[in-house]
Write a protein that binds this ligand. Sequence first.
Ligand code: G6P
Length: 608
Amino acid sequence: MCGIIAMVGHQPTSKVLVEGLKRLEYRGYDSAGVAVINENGIEVRKCAGKIAELAALMERDPVDGHTGIAHTRWATHGAPNTNNAHPHVSHSGSVALVHNGIIENYQVIKSLLEGEGYKFSTDTDSEVLAGLIQYHYSGNLEAAVQEALKRVEGTYGIAVIHEKEPHKIVGARNGSPLVLGLGDHEFFLASDVAAMVARTRQVIYLDDGEMAVITPDGYHTCNVQNESVAKLVHEVTWDLGQIEKGGYPHFMLKEIHEQPETIRNTFRGRVVYEEGDAHLGGLNMTDDELRAVKRVVFLACGTSWHAGLVGEYMIEDYARIPVEVEYASEFRYRRPVIDPDTLVIAISQSGETVDTLSAMREARKQGARVLGITNVVGSTIARESQGGVYIHAGPEIGVASTKAFSCQVTALTILTLLLARTRHMSIEEGQRVIKALQEAPQLIQQVLDQEDRIRKVAEEYAGHSNFLYLGRGYNFPIALEGALKLKEISYVHAEGYPAAEMKHGPIALIDRDMPVVVVCTQDSTYEKIKGNVQEVKARSGRVLAIVTDGDKEIADMADHVITVPPTLDLVSPLLNVVPLQLLAYHIAVLRGCNVDQPRNLAKSVTVE
Ligand code: G6P
């Protein structure tokens, strides 16, 4: 949510900053801007709209310098217009700042500064912080930032420059990610490695309360109390190609097609067929500790929450441990009951979602063991959990999550296997699960190969304004996820429901203008869901059914079908979600929507 990139070195920075912003655009895209220091002092270019508009503005009205900060915004305080876009400059023009997060006590600080004669020209909380840094400045920028931050309540990832120290950038973080990049006589600060991976792969992940000072000659890390902090340098293992579209028209489509490979990456080296067992060394738990778990609580938001729901069905089914799946945002505000036998698992693609992070901190405070299932190596959730599983999906850029979801479900399948095998599951049953999981990528490829047909089906449905998605058992979460995908990227209203629950309300909506997408592959709920399809047809509803290859009964009732190969119930969500991702994608494209950057959304939500 909001993206920051800052660079200091001996080269002009403008181009690098705009390129970096393009890589961060998934974090927010309602306005953007750049500030550099040159012989004229601090110069700013900013505008409402996407990075392409900023790039065009900088073509028309170029500006450059060897020290620069830049930002792409997802508005919280103040409308997404040019005036409220970052960077924000203090009223004397001496300090410029980019900020990600929310300054909760900005009104108090603003009144104080107004009392001192400061003027503010935007509606943002961030401009107030620029003013506060100017207020504390007496010749040393890091000292001014430290003094200012001592008075601030809220969250921030910031990069700050001062006209009197033209070769220095100061960064700080509290609750919003900030990564330091180490190049060859050039140094970077960014909210995500993606922004700087074209220039360096050596990075340092700052923790809350920490700061970094960068100049062309080096860097220094300390905390807000001005104590030096020694940090480890990490090497980024993925490359630029992984964050480019590779010939696909959209990142989302590329990421949908990557799933056979990314799922393999999730289970590679973690399941052993001969033993019918799994190994997840990153959990940092012994078999005895795994056996002692009496309850599992998943904390997540959005698509990751749907993955947690699939995990609930799996773990209860195979490991017989009670599971609860919590909306992270609700968990922390309702006095949850946690005991030492509860294993809490935060699920988050980005590893930065603030609701999930805060819920996880709350659980730790209450004494729970907390694990993380994340995609982004070095993310805050990964670092603050006591162990966990990286899903190895590679960078996910499309705002609507696809491959991260299927990799999260894969990681949860492996976890289920592990928990079940430390209890009563036999080697043979473990082998059955492993075999089905290992076959999944190739079966998903068969679904992907039907894309042309799915696009034709999408043409039939693209004109509708309301959809109902139904599923039962393992595929109830898939109905929710299918509906969420459509809603996110095509702005069509879609609701997911447990199929049997339909008759307690949504059935009243059914007529020929309300398509019903039913996930009804041949699993243990098949006989029951057939009845639900009949109930829709009896009310003239239009049914699009996801069925198992060779299915006749539902195929005869439905208006359209998309087929998927047979598999174990437990693995069926991995296959069944794919046609729903493609359906949502093609409906959105047909409706002319911006698939990768849907309106109002952001990929990494770092505000509560
Ligand atoms: C945002 C994204 C969703 C994502 C959710 C949770 O709302 O738009 O796609 O599922 O955040 O994100 P996380 O990174 O924690 O999985």
